[in-house]
Design a protein around this ligand. Structure first.
Ligand code: PEP
Length: 249
C-alpha cells in the first residue's frame, strides 16, 4: 500500500561532472523498477536545475536539501521553497541532523520549513533521530517522538510529508542499529503519527530509514513492515550502489 521511496542525499558533494552518475541512474531506472519504487535525488543546490533537466522523463524526482521558511526577503545566502521549486525540485529534505547540529535548527524551525515546502506543493522529508548518548541512555524512542511531534505540520498527509528516521550516530559511520531497534522505532513513529494525524493518515505516510544504508544491508532493512524506503547519503553518489538499493526495495 505504501510505495517505497529511495531518496539520495548528495550533501555538499558533486560538481557538474557528477551528473553522469544521475544519467546512469536514469538509464537503470527501468519501467519495472519505477512500478515498484519511487526514486529521488537531492543534489547540492548548484546542480538542481541541470539535474532536473537531466532527469526529465526518467521517473527520477529531484529534491533540495534545505530551504528557508520565509517566502522571500532579506536573508542573504538563503533560498525559499518557491526558488527551489522554480529550479526543478519537487521535494525538500528538512531537519537533517547535520542542519540541526551545524545550524542549530530546532523542531520549530524544521516545522516552519516543512510548512513552507508543503505550501509550495512539494514533498517535505522531515528528518528525526537520536544521538549515540541518547540511545545509550535508553531515550531514543522519547527523543524521536518529541522530534516528530515538534517538527510535523498540522494535518499533513502522505502526499505532503515523509518522515526519515536517521540515528545521528549511524550517519556516515558504517554503523546501523539492530534490525530489532529499527523495527521498534519505526513502529513507534507510526504510533505517534496516528496520535497526531489519525490512524488512516498515519498508515499512509512513508517512514524512511537512513544511516549507513548500502547495497549489502538494504534488503534486510527495507523488508521491515514499517520501513517504507531509505534516505541514503554516501551510497547515493554512485549509480551502481544506489541502484542496487533501489533494486532491493
Ligand atoms: C544521510 O546523510 O542522510 C545519510 C543517511 O548518510 P549515510 O547514508 O552516508 O549514512
Amino acid at each position: 500500500m505504501r510505495k517505497p521511496l529511495i531518496a539520495g542525499n548528495w550533501k555538499m558533494n558533486g560538481l557538474r561532472a557528477s551528473l553522469l552518475e544521475l544519467s546512469g541512474m536514469a538509464r537503470a531506472f527501468s519501467p519495472a523498477l519505477r512500478a515498484k519504487a519511487d526514486m529521488l535525488i537531492c543534489p547540492p543546490t548548484t546542480l538542481l536545475f541541470p539535474a532536473a533537466a537531466s532527469a526529465l522523463g526518467s521517473g527520477i524526482a529531484i529534491g533540495a536539501q534545505d530551504c528557508h521558511a520565509k517566502e522571500s526577503g532579506a536573508h542573504t545566502g538563503d533560498l525559499s521553497a518557491a526558488m527551489l521549486f522554480d529550479a526543478g525540485a519537487s521535494a525538500v529534505i528538512v531537519g537533517h541532523s547535520e542542519r540541526r547540529t551545524d545550524h542549530g535548527e530546532t523542531d520549530a524551525d524544521v516545522k516552519a520549513k516543512a510548512e513552507a515546502v508543503i505550501a509550495q506543493g512539494m514533498l517535505a522529508i522531515i528528518c528525526v533521530g537520536e544521538t549515540k548518548a541518547q540511545r545509550e541512555a535508553g531515550k531514543a524512542l522519547a527523543v524521536v517522538a518529541k522530534q516528530v511531534r515538534g517538527s510535523m505540520p498540522a494535518n499533513a498527509n502522505a502526499a505532503q510529508v515523509v518522515i526519515a528516521y536517521e540515528p545521528v550516530w549511524a550517519i556516515g559511520t558504517g554503523l546501523t542499529p539492530t534490525i530489532h531497534d529499527i523495527a521498534e522505532i519505526h513502529a513507534d513513529i507510526r504510533k505517534n503519527l496516528a496520535r497526531l494525524l489519525g490512524k488512516d493518515a498515519a498508515g499512509k505516510i512513508r517512514i524512511l530509514y537512513g544511516g549507513s544504508v548500502k547495497p549489502s544491508n538494504a534488503k534486510e532493512i527495507l523488508a521491515l513492515t514499517d520501513v517504507d524506503g531509505a534516505l541514503v547519503g554516501g551510497a547515493s553518489l554512485k549509480a551502481a550502489d544506489f541502484m542496487a538499493i533501489v533494486e532491493a526495495a
